[in-house]
Design a binder for this molecule. Structure first.
Ligand SMILES: NC(=O)c1ccc[n+]([C@@H]2O[C@H](COP(=O)([O-])OP(=O)(O)OC[C@H]3O[C@@H](n4cnc5c(N)ncnc54)[C@H](O)[C@@H]3O)[C@@H](O)[C@H]2O)c1
Length: 289
């Protein structure tokens, strides 16, 4: 059985661990915060049971869950076939982590990052085998989203890139091949351009978030509006992505206004904190206004 180490057990890492275990991989899920690991295991159990109830699993939830173990350090890295990094969107934290992973992993193990906006090439620079570093950019909630961008860094080898494509297929998802390491890759660039405009229009008082979301659903056939997507993703992550886009000179891909940063400062982090653009019950159900 192939083994995977997922580093970071937040919104994305827990989802990546779940879909990997559902696909038959042995998963080690690591986080520096014990409480984050606890929350992740709870969330995964709940979600696997839902997938099972919908008739989408060939085995019992218990047998899927036995393939996931919580880890408090990186020591499993020397045993695994894949490493997927999903820690906070902070270049310094990710660069240090890649340096550590490079030192203690087997040189042939692919090191994937789930970053939304940090160049793959900059993370690969910290490793002695940059050809094995690639982007695997999942979408959240991972168990529900059917697509993953597979992103080539400047030095990613063709072989590792193709292994990434095959890995995404093995999870039952569709890979989007991104041939160059451009900021935001492809789908985030397109979303960020729309989101930038939506945030600026709301901050200028032109329209409400609800109306934008309704408009994009009914006018453009989006399944979910941009503010609903942002609340699900977490506004802290959105703010960090905007900061990296600005730092990379991609001003068209980050709101001009600091509305999201102000909301984060007030503790409005989206669904995870019960309040973002919308309000949520403790179970994450959206509450009427
Ligand atoms: N939220 C989204 O919708 C989304 C979508 C695609 C990609 N991403 C990317 O995925 C990554 C994770 O995002 P998230 O929304 O899951 O964030 P999150 O805040 O929910 O989780 C991040 C986790 O990383 C842990 N962590 C921090 N430093 C660590 C370290 N050195 N080692 C191990 N664990 C560490 C934290 O304790 C936390 O549990 C980010 O790079 C983000 O840009 C997010």
């Amino acid at each position: 059985m192939e083994k995977i180490l997922v580093v970071g057990s937040g919104f994305m890492g827990s989802g990546i661990a779940q879909v990997s275990a559902q696909a038959g991989y042995q998963v080690y899920l690591m986080d520096i915060e014990a409480s984050a690991l606890e929350r992740a295991l709870e969330q995964i159990r709940w979600s696997v049971e839902r997938v099972y109830a919908k008739g989408l699993l060939k085995e019992s939830p218990v047998s899927v869950l036995t393939r996931i173990s919580a880890e408090k350090d990186l020591s499993r890295v020397s045993e695994v076939d894949w490493v997927i990094e999903a820690v906070i969107e902070d270049e310094g934290v990710k660069r240090t982590l890649f340096q550590d992973l490079d030192r203690i992993s087997r040189p042939q193990t692919p090191l994937a990052t789930n970053t939304s906006s940090i160049p793959i090439t900059r993370l690969a620079e910290r490793t002695s085998y940059p050809e094995r570093v690639l982007g695997l950019h999942f979408f959240g909630p991972v168990p529900m989203m059917g697509v993953v961008e597979v992103v080539k860094g400047e030095k990613t080898s063709e072989e590792v890139f193709e292994r990434g494509v095959a890995f995404v297929h093995s999870l039952g998802k569709i890979p989007i091949r991104v041939q160059r390491d451009i900021p935001g890759f492809v789908l985030n660039r397109i979303f960020s351009a729309a989101f930038r405009e939506a945030v600026d229009l709301v901050d200028q008082g032109m329209v409400s978030p609800e109306e934008v979301d309704i408009g994009m659903r009914l006018g453009y056939g989006w399944n979910v509006g941009p503010f609903e997507i942002a609340d699900n993703a977490g506004l802290e992550t959105c703010a960090r992505v905007s900061q990296s886009m600005r730092a990379l000179g991609e001003t068209l891909l980050a709101p001009r206004s600091d509305l999201i940063e102000r909301m984060v400062a007030e503790g409005r982090l989206g669904k995870k904190s019960g309040r973002g653009f919308y309000q949520y019950s403790p179970e994450g159900k959206r509450l009427p206004k």
